[in-house]
Design a protein around this ligand. Structure first.
Ligand code: 8YV
Length: 320
């Protein structure tokens, strides 16, 4: 009997060996869609990245032998879940492994934006610091975070990990969620659940942690951006389309919002051209989970999910 084929659409860190299966690792660089569709033909399992659109076309290309899709991400907005369910294709993801890394990037973006780290870095690199001499005492003024109010939008694992880090800054935590979350309400966070509008009005920092769904697309639009304090900072490490990027660029340019830190973009890998020219936004290229230990953990989770699927068991991280 021939061995089941596991196709991985991109190269992943760590070891992805699956006993009894033939694992076909993908290329380092992103492949054209047609090449990916060709590679997945006949696969029993496909390991997908958030950039792979897993829709009817993709499932057709894999063929009727496809048993499961293992997403190398916690977010599954790239996958047509009802279509997978209809075809009996199991879907799994990689929760937990991405939590701390993404929370670190949210804080890296927050601190960099609040204290204008990238502007400072570019000032030195450009030679301006050496040429102009010591800064004036009102130059490069940032915003402090100690004792300020942080609003977490989306009370999942990553939102909680971001909130936990704020204890070091003695921040007051608000959260926006459809239901009460005791891990937010209780010590050490002692957070208060608010509506999105209340959170936007009260917070000095708003950090987004919702999955991308039809309800959260453009959740942060021009009207909601206008509710934020002009001194506030907006952080997005969730999914780009949660923010109307054009509206955000306008608010940042007009100074009705003090700053933003973005790891994800509405039309990734494209970035709104206006954002590229603004000094009060810090940009990273979707590197939330890009850390050695966490990415290797993601590979291990994918491996275990795939092994369970091949054995006909429900994987630990089953989504659909
Ligand atoms: C990954 C992510 O970097 O887990 C997610 O949903 O967006 C990131 O952790 C990315 O998905 C890698 O494929």
């Amino acid at each position: 009997m021939s061995r089941p084929i596991v196709v991985v659409t991109r190269r992943v860190p760590g070891v992805l060996d699956i006993p009894g299966a033939e694992v076909r690792l993908g290329p380092d660089a992103i492949a054209p869609r047609a090449a990916t569709l060709e590679r997945i033909r006949g696969a029993s399992i496909v390991v997908t990245m958030f950039s792979d659109k897993v829709n009817a076309e993709f499932l057709d290309a894999a063929g009727p032998g496809l048993r499961g899709v293992c997403n190398f991400a916690v977010g599954v907005d790239n996958i047509d879940l009802p279509e997978c369910r209809r075809r009996g294709v199991v879907v799994a993801n990689t929760p937990h492994a991405v939590t701390e890394g993404t929370a670190d990037i949210a804080w890296a973006l927050l601190l960099a934006t609040a204290r204008r780290v990238v502007e400072g870095h570019e000032y030195i690199r450009s030679g301006a610091f050496s040429a102009n001499g010591t800064l004036g005492m009102a130059d490069f003024m940032g915003r402090d975070l100690t004792g300020r109010t942080l609003c977490i939008v989306g009370a999942g694992r990553i939102g909680q990990a971001v909130a936990m880090r704020s204890i070091g800054w003695g921040m007051r935590v608000l959260y926006v969620a459809r239901s009460m979350h005791w891990e937010f309400e209780l010590a050490p966070l002692a957070a208060r659940r608010v509506t999105l509008e209340e959170g936007l009005r009260e917070a000095d920092v708003v950090s987004l942690h919702t999955p991308l769904t039809p309800e959260t697309r453009h959740l942060i639009n021009a009207e909601r951006l206008a509710m934020m304090k002009p001194t506030a900072i907006l952080i997005n490490t969730a999914r780009g389309p949660v923010i109307d990027e054009a509206a955000l660029a306008r608010a940042l340019r007009a100074g009705t919002l003090w700053g933003a830190g973005l790891d994800v973009f509405e039309r990734e890998p494209e970035v709104h051209p206006e954002l590229l020219g603004l000094p009060n936004v810090t940009l990273t290229p979707h590197i939330g989970s890009a850390e050695v230990r966490y990415r290797e953990m993601m590979t291990q989770m994918v491996r275990e999910n795939a092994m369970a699927m091949l054995a006909g068991r429900a994987p630990a991280c089953v989504v659909a």
